[in-house]
Structures are given as structure tokens and as C-alpha cells.
Design a protein around this ligand. Structure first.
Ligand code: TNX
Length: 586
């Protein structure tokens, strides 16, 4: 199918469409390849071009800045100053505290803004205000900083953002705080900022002050790379999606019955043999240690901590295919490509099993800078009672020996407490005395209730992929619950945070991943970040709606959930781009 041509047919696609305001942002499509020759039936009329020119001239009525209170997740405090719009221009500079972490954030900001604006945005390691509009990133803890200390205790992740007519200033105590200030700054620019190619528009930011910090320290998502394997590039893109919404943990479900996805030098057949399968009979795959380090470093640059999961004692068929001596009957099972659970387990009565666990967890811990090791523990239906708790207690001690803290699904609850132990709640009834008791004994909880936070659940009956065993999860259901009070008998103080898992039995591509993440991931992100007092479905759906054009412009697939008032599709002609948005829409 031929591409629609740009406005003036020419062998070279026009470098940028002219856009203004959120609703029109998606016209900033990537240039088509050399086949842009056909005269399009959707060529703009002269009147359209005149409107575009008027908008580009900067008429605030046609292209008002984004609202200061439109940020997702909702900030703790927002004070708009409608008289003080800042307009980013080609001679703007980025000024940053001379500090390596802050400098990295400044580089990140420049990388976010340069493609769409086409501005050079040079970075200076000085806080002296330049002659023109500047973007300033200040680490308040640096003694040389001339900035006043932030008025509130911003903590390890908070920031203050001030937008005046002459400057945009982010102040934080840490580079992480600056990074989150930059994510907010990005959302205050027109949606066209997401364009991978230059766009001519008025780069206005709304005036005022935002003071912000998270409600919970752990905000995450999980990607199951075991049921289907996903390339490193896909994982990096998911990390970018998390960072956009101030999520700071990526839990990688690295092993399951259908595949073992991480290279382990001391047990090489785990990845080499156990990695060569996946649901549906595809080729599978695994991450080399170099691959995994790439993921770790990309995550670190986005202030995301990796949480690797080696699921034990169940969900281990792939390991048993590679090393039958770990199996209770010492016989090699067939590779598994179905979607049943609960049938496989490593032999809890054989010492070799604990050598295997120590070797694997030791190598994974050495590759992982973050403090956590996740040992699964779910659905080990054939390892019961004391055999199960004894196994878990040994595995927990092996984790502690690596210097990491244990995370496990809430089935770990009956086992003895160990310092720093974290349980991940994935139940659907929110009432589990065993989990509440483990919390009383010192465990903290990550909230992933299956009926609210499971992103592999279908949105609606007709969602083409996904499960429904925990119910249908539309955006409202993903949003309307409180992690702080969700599980009976678990106080807010014991809640470490929230995580939205994506199991991938039916998810086979990056497009599928994004379709299940968006728009529910921002809902979970808001539960993890925003103060409970800001919780408001009516306001959230309005704010979320403004992100549709951002995702379209960035080429991110999303589900056009009917309960969100998405802005109308722009009427301005645009070039065809890769299929996007809702695969259910013809
Ligand atoms: C339950 S949730 C599982 C996974 C499946 C998922 C599908 C959990 C800890 N275990 O093995 O993939 O359901 O929704």
C-alpha cells in the first residue's frame, strides 16, 4: 500500500509537519521513505495551511500550553501561574550542577528534546543563568549550588520544578529527583515533543511551581520473558516506558517451565538447552551476561532497578530439561510449550538442588547491582507443607548469603521471616491471614493484586489477547484501588509499593506488550507515586487522555479504552506510519 504523500509531493519528504497543541501533535509523523510520490487525496487545503501557519506563529488561543496540573502521575503540589508561560527557543541552553549524576540527567533531557525541537540545546556545567531562556537542573545538596535549598524535604526521589517566563528550573537533592523533574518537564511541553523528527511549533510550558515526591519507594512493572522471549531492545524500550511514569523497578521473570532466559556459567545448559523453547513452540532465546549488563545499565541511566526472578521450586521444567538430575525422578521431561502451571519442581530432598540454587543465585546476584533477588515460590503445587517451607527457608538463606534481600510471591508467607524479606501479593480476595501474619513478623509487601494490577488480564471480553481468570481489568479497575489499605491486616507502613506484572503466555511482540501496558501502566504508576489525596478517577481520565497523542507521536501502541476521553484524531493530513493504537480497531 503506497504511503500518503507529504503536503508538497517531492522525492524528499518534508522534514517536518507543522503542528500546534496536543490535538494536532500526531501530524509529526516520521518521514516516509522514497515512495512519497503519489498525489494524496488528503492533501491539505489552503485553508488548512493558513491555520497551521497561524498556529505556528504562536497564538496561545489556538495552541495553549499544556496545563500545569495535567501531569501523570499527579504531583504532590501544583501551583499554576497562568501569567508566566515559558517558550523554549533555538538559542536555549541547559545548565546543570557540575556533578556526574546531574550531568547524566542533563544529557537525558537534551536527548529527549533535540529530535522534535531540532534545537542544539548545548549543556553547560554551570548554574549561571544564560542570556536566553534556560533549563536549569540544580542538585541542592551540592555546596557550590547558588540555588536556595528546596523548601520541603524532597527525599531521595522528589523534586521542585519552577516555570517562569525566563527559565525552567528543576531542583532536587539527588540525581534521581532531577530525573523525575525532567520527566515532568517533558509532559509540560506539547505532545509534539515526542516526535522522532523535527516539528515546527511553539514549545511553550505553563508557568508555576510543582513540588513532588513519591508515596511509595517501590513502583514497578514485571515482564515475563520466559513464556515468550523478548529481545534486549524490547526490554530497553519497556524500561523507557517505566521511566516516563516515574516507575523505578523492572522485575524480570527470567525462568519458567517454557524457558530459561539468563546465561549461568556454572550450569551452561540452563540457557543453552533450557532457553531453546517458548509457549507455542517458537525458538525461545536467552540473555547472555553481556545482554543482561546492557539491560542493567540502560535501566540505571533511567533510575530503574532490575529485580531478577529465578522461580523456585516450581515453574522449573526448562531447568529440568537441561539438567534432569535436578528432577525428583531424575528423568528429563520434554520441553514444555503449553500454558499450564504447577506440574514441575526441583527435587527438594537432593543436596544438588541447593548447590544449583547457590550457583545460579550467586551469578545472578553478581550481575545485578540492585538490592533484590526474587525467588518466585508461586504455584509449587507438588511441594507441600513443611517440605515447601523448609525449601523456602533454605532458599531465603542462600539469597541472604549473596548479600541481597529476598522477594517472593506471597506463597512464601508461611516460611520463617528473614531480615528485609518482601512478599509480592498477587491474590484477588485481599484477605489472607497468612500474608498478614508474615507482615506482622516483619515482611513488607509489594501490591500486585491479580484483579487490579495484572496487565495480562483482558480489558474487556473482546480484547484479542490476554487472560480473564482474575477478571476483566479496564482502566478504571486498574486505577480504583488503594495499595496502602488493600490487604486486610496489612498497614500502609508495611507496603513497599506497587507492581504491575505482565505475563506473556499470549503476548508475543513489542506491540502486544505496549497494547497491554497502555493505558493501564500509568494508572498503576499514579497509585505508586501520587498522594492518596490526589486520587480522583474523573480527573485522572482527563489527564490520561492527553497522553494518547503523546503515545501516537512516539509510535507507542495503546488501547483506545472507551472510558477515556481521547482527543479527536487530528484532521490535518498526515503520513502513514506503522500500525499503532488499538489492534481491535479495524
Ligand atoms: C499466575 S501470578 C502465575 C503465572 C501465570 C499467571 C497468568 C503468579 C505468581 N503465577 O505463572 O503466568 O498466573 O496470569
Amino acid at each position: 500500500m503506497p504511503s500518503l504523500s507529504p503536503a508538497a509531493p517531492s522525492p524528499e519528504p518534508s522534514p517536518a509537519a507543522t503542528v500546534a497543541g496536543d490535538a494536532a501533535a500526531t501530524v509529526a509523523a516520521a518521514p516516509a521513505a522514497s515512495d512519497a510520490v503519489a498525489v494524496s487525496p488528503r492533501q491539505p487545503a489552503a485553508a488548512d495551511l493558513a491555520t497551521l501557519a497561524a498556529r505556528a506563529a504562536g497564538d496561545d488561543l489556538l495552541a495553549p500550553p499544556v496545563r500545569l496540573d495535567s501531569v501523570v502521575p499527579a504531583p504532590e503540589r501544583v501551583e499554576a501561574d497562568p501569567g508566566a508561560t515559558f517558550v523554549l527557543t533555538g538559542d536555549a541552553t541547559i545548565r546543570v550542577t557540575a556533578h556526574p549524576g546531574a550531568r547524566e540527567v542533563a544529557d537525558h533531557l537534551a536527548e529527549l528534546l533535540r529530535p522534535a525541537t531540532g534545537f542544539p540545546l548545548p549543556i553547560a556545567d554551570t548554574l549561571e543563568v544564560g542570556p536566553t531562556g534556560t533549563l536549569t537542573l540544580t542538585l541542592a545538596t551540592t555546596p557550590a549550588s547558588p540555588a536556595p535549598a528546596p523548601p520541603a524535604d524532597l527525599g531521595a526521589e522528589g523534586y521542585r520544578l519552577d516555570v517562569t517566563a525566563t527559565e525552567v528550573r528543576v531542583v532536587a537533592d539527588t540525581a534521581t529527583g532531577l530525573f523525575y523533574g525532567v520527566q515532568t518537564l517533558r509532559q509540560l511541553l506539547p505532545a509534539a515533543v515526542e516526535s522522532p523528527t523535527p516539528v515546527t511549533t511553539r514549545w511553550a510550558l505553563p508557568g508555576g511551581t510543582i513540588l513532588d515526591r513519591p508515596r511509595f519507594p517501590y513502583r514497578g512493572s514485571m515482564l515475563d520473558v520466559a513464556r515468550h522471549f523478548f529481545a534486549v531492545e524490547d526490554v530497553l524500550r519497556v524500561i523507557d516506558h517505566l521511566a516516563r511514569y516515574k516507575l523505578n523497578h523492572l522485575h524480570l521473570h527470567l525462568t519458567d517451565d517454557q524457558g530459561w532466559r539468563i546465561a549461568v556459567d556454572s550450569w551452561p545448559k540452563l540457557a543453552g538447552v533450557g532457553g531453546a523453547s517458548e509457549v507455542g513452540g517458537g525458538p525461545g532465546g536467552h540473555y547472555t551476561k553481556a545482554d543482561y549488563r546492557r539491560i542493567v545499565s540502560h535501566a540505571a541511566a533511567r533510575h530503574v532497578t532490575l529485580v531478577p526472578e529465578i522461580d523456585l521450586p516450581g515453574h522449573t521444567n526448562a531447568a529440568l530439561v537441561a539438567y534432569p538430575r535436578l528432577a525428583p525422578d531424575k528423568l528429563a521431561p520434554s520441553p514444555y510449550t503449553g500454558t499450564e502451571v504447577g506440574f514441575s519442581y526441583v527435587d527438594p530432598s537432593d543436596e544438588q538442588t541447593y548447590d544449583f540454587i547457590a550457583d545460579v543465585l550467586g551469578e545472578v546476584a553478581a550481575l545485578t547491582p540492585g538490592p533484590w533477588l526474587h525467588i518466585g515460590g508461586d504455584e509449587a503445587f507438588k511441594v507441600k507443607g513443611a517440605v515447601y517451607t523448609d525449601f523456602v527457608e533454605r532458599a531465603q538463606r542462600i539469597v541472604a548469603d549473596t548479600g541481597k534481600a529476598v522477594v517472593g510471591w506471597h506463597q512464601l508467607a508461611p516460611a520463617a521471616h528473614l531480615d528485609g524479606r518482601v512478599l509480592q501479593w498477587w491474590g484477588t480476595d485481599a484477605d489472607d491471614p497468612t500474608t498478614a501474619d508474615a507482615v506482622r513478623r516483619g515482611a513488607r509487601l509489594i501490591l500486585s493484586p491479580g484483579n487490579h494490577a495484572y496487565l495480562d488480564m483482558k480489558y474487556a471480553e473482546d480484547t484479542p489477547i490476554g487472560h480473564d481468570w482474575a477478571g476483566l481489568i479496564d482502566v478504571r479497575r486498574a486505577y480504583d484501588w488503594d495499595p496502602g489499605t488493600h490487604v486486610a491486616g496489612v498497614p500502609t507502613t508495611a507496603v513497599l509499593g506497587v507492581e504491575a506484572p505482565l505475563w506473556t503466555e499470549s503476548v508475543t511482540s513489542l506491540t502486544d506488550i505496549e497494547f497491554m501496558l497502555f493505558p493501564r501502566l500509568p494508572a498503576i504508576a499514579e497509585l505508586g507515586w501520587s498522594p492518596r489525596a490526589a486520587h480522583d478517577w474523573a480527573g485522572f481520565r482527563e489527564r490520561l487522555a492527553g497522553h494518547g497523542p503523546r503515545w501516537s507521536t512516539a509510535g507507542i501502541t495503546f488501547h483506545r479504552a472507551p472510558e477515556i476521553p481521547w482527543p479527536a484524531t487530528p484532521t490535518i493530513p498526515r503520513q502513514e506510519r506503522a500500525p499503532q493504537n488499538d489492534p481491535t480497531t479495524p
